[in-house]
Design a protein. Structure first.
Length: 143
């Protein structure tokens, strides 16, 4: 009885491998590589050895590391999302500061700045340059 089961298993294994068609590879006149089950007529073709990998057996002990890997991945994802939210909040704060500065530069012709402990008034050219730089920064970084 056992030898019949073994014989049947061998027959099925042999039939599965005999059904696998060989694969041929060749390059046509335009330099394009082709793969097919039939070799081209009048052309030299290379037979490709196609082997299917044996499926890995899953043991019950391997599922525990996968779960810990998934939990670890979720923790990393959550950390990255938190960092991204913090960056977006900082960017929004910077954009709000840029908009406030732009309004001050546009509405107040007598803008003063502190340089090296000394307060000085911006010239009209400097004020216009600062307005242009601020507008450029807003268009570049803010939504």
């Amino acid at each position: 009885m056992q030898w019949m089961i073994v014989a049947a298993a061998l027959a099925m294994a042999a039939s599965a491998s005999s059904q696998a068609a060989p694969i041929y590879k060749w390059v046509d006149a335009q330099g394009i590589t082709h793969f097919d089950a039939q070799p081209p007529a009048g052309k030299e073709a290379q037979q490709i050895n196609v082997q299917t990998p044996v499926p890995a057996s899953r043991s019950p002990s391997s599922s525990a590391p996968e779960r810990s890997d998934a939990a670890e991945q979720r923790a990393v994802d959550d950390k990255v999302k938190g960092q991204l939210k913090a960056q977006e909040a900082k960017l929004e704060e910077n954009c709000e500061n840029l908009r406030t500065n732009l309004a001050q530069l546009r509405n107040n012709p007598r803008v003063r700045e502190q340089v090296g402990g000394e307060v000085r008034r911006l010239t009209e050219e400097n004020r216009k340059t600062r307005i242009e730089e601020t507008e450029k920064a807003i268009s570049e970084y803010c939504r």
